[in-house]
Design a protein around this ligand. Structure first.
Ligand code: A2P
Length: 339
C-alpha cells in the first residue's frame, strides 16, 4: 500500500505527516509532493528522511492520495490521479458539491465514503468541527435551525496566514505599520468579518460552505443554517458559537450526557471551574472541545453551545486520514498490483 501527500510542505501537509505517524492505516510507503519550490526538501517520517518531489502533471503511482495543495491543483490533477487507480481524499473545495463525490466526516457519515467513485471530499474546516458536535444532537432531537458565529484562526489560510499573524504582530509591537497581504486587513489586535469572497446574498463563501456542507454531511436539505465567519488573531483552532432550534426539546444535562458519549467530542463544560472550550486547550487535540452547553433563551427547548476544534487536525489532516482508515477497516482500500 502506497500513500502520497500532495502539498506535503504546507500547514495541513505538515499535520498529515504527524497524524500518519500514529495512524492505524497500514501502508508500506509514503510519497511526498509539493511545488517545484520545495523539490528536494527533506521531511522526517517515523524517524526517516523523505525527499519532497515536484508534483507531476499526470498520474501518481499511489493507492491513496491525500491532496492539500489548493483547489486549482486538485481540480486539474485529481481526475488524472483517479484514472491512474488511486483513491483521492481531497482537502480542497473543488469537488465538495459534486453529487457523485461523498463529503465525509467519519463519525457522522462514514458509510458515504464507501460509495466513492475515486474522489472523496474532506469538508471545510469550520463545518467539520461543527458537525462532530451537532450531528449527535440532530440524531437525538432533530435540528431545525442552526445559527453559527465563528472565531477562526489564521491557520485557515495555511502556513502563510500563520506567518502573517506573527510578522504583523512583531511589526506592530515595534511601532511599525503592519502590511496586510493574506488577509484583507491587518490581523493583530483586530477581528475581520470577511473570510473568502462575498456572494450575491451578502454572505461570504466561507459562511455558505457551512450551510451547504453541513446539509450534505448530515443528509438533511431542510436544515436552515446561517453563519457569520470571522477571522481572529490566533494561530490555530477554530471556535464557534452555535445556537440550535430543535424539533424535540432538549435539556442541557441531556445534551451534555449525549455528547459525552459521542465519538470525536470532548465535553469541557464546567463554567464555575473556568472549564470551557478554548484554542489554548483544543490546539493539537484530536477531539473537538464542546462546552457552554445551555438552554437557548430564543428557541424554546433549543440549545446554545460553544465548540473549539483544531482546524489543521479535525478540520483537515486528521479527518482526511480518518477517512482512509475507515475505508481500510471496511476492506474498501486495495493496493494496486505493481511489477
Ligand atoms: P510549496 O511549499 O512548495 O509552495 P499552505 O496551504 O500551507 O499554503 O500549503 C500549500 C501546499 O500546496 C504547499 O505544500 C505547497 O507547496 C503546495 N503547492 C502550492 N502550489 C503548488 C503547485 N503548483 N503544485 C504542487 N503543490 C503546490
Amino acid at each position: 500500500m502506497r500513500v502520497a501527500i500532495v502539498g506535503a510542505t504546507g500547514a495541513v501537509g505538515h499535520e498529515l505527516l504527524k497524524v500518519l505517524e500514529s495512524s492505524t492505516l497500514q501502508f508500506d510507503e509514503l510519497l511526498l509532493f509539493a511545488s517545484p519550490r520545495s523539490a528536494g526538501t527533506q521531511l522526517t517520517f517515523r524517524g526517516q528522511p523523505l525527499t519532497v518531489q515536484v508534483t507531476p502533471e499526470g498520474a501518481i503511482d499511489a493507492d491513496v492520495i491525500l491532496a492539500s495543495a489548493g483547489g486549482s491543483i486538485s481540480k486539474a490533477l485529481a481526475p488524472k490521479w483517479v484514472e491512474g487507480g488511486a483513491v483521492v481524499i481531497d482537502n480542497s473545495s473543488a469537488f465538495r458539491y459534486d453529487a457523485d463525490v461523498p463529503l465525509v466526516v467519519p463519525e457522522v457519515n462514514g458509510d458515504a465514503a464507501l460509495a466513492h467513485r475515486g474522489i472523496i471530499a474532506n469538508p471545510n474546516c469550520t463545518t467539520a468541527i461543527a458537525v462532530v458536535a451537532v450531528a449527535p444532537i440532530h440524531r437525538a432531537y432533530g435540528v431545525k435551525r442552526m445559527i453559527v458565529s465563528t472565531y477562526q484562526a489564521t491557520s485557515g489560510a495555511g502556513a502563510k496566514g500563520m506567518e502573517e499573524l506573527l510578522d504583523q504582530t512583531r511589526a506592530e509591537l515595534n511601532g511599525e505599520q503592519a502590511q496586510a497581504s493574506v488577509f484583507a486587513h491587518p490581523i493583530p489586535f483586530n477581528v475581520i468579518p470577511h473570510i473568502d469572497a462575498f456572494q450575491d446574498n451578502g454572505y461570504t463563501k466561507e459562511e455558505m460552505k457551512v450551510a451547504w456542507e453541513t446539509r450534505k454531511i448530515i443528509g438533511d436539505d431542510s436544515l436552515k443554517i446561517s453563519c457569520t465567519a470571522v477571522r481572529i488573531p490566533t494561530l490555530r483552532t477554530h471556535s464557534e458559537a452555535i445556537t440550535l432550534e430543535l424539533e424535540r426539546p432538549a435539556t442541557p444535562e441531556a445534551v451534555r450526557e449525549l455528547l459525552a458519549g459521542a465519538a470525536g467530542v470532548e465535553v469541557r463544560d464546567n463554567p464555575e471551574g473556568k472549564l470551557y472550550p478554548m484554542p489554548l486547550t483544543a490546539s493539537g487535540k484530536y477531539d473537538v472541545e464542546v462546552g457552554r452547553i445551555r438552554e437557548s433563551l430564543v428557541f424554546d427547548g433549543g440549545i446554545d453551545l460553544f465548540v473549539a476544534g483544531d482546524q489543521l487536525l479535525k478540520g483537515a489532516a486528521l479527518n482526511a486520514v480518518q477517512i482512509a482508515e475507515y475505508l481500510q477497516q471496511k476492506g474498501a482500500l486495495k493496493a494496486k498490483q505493481r511489477a
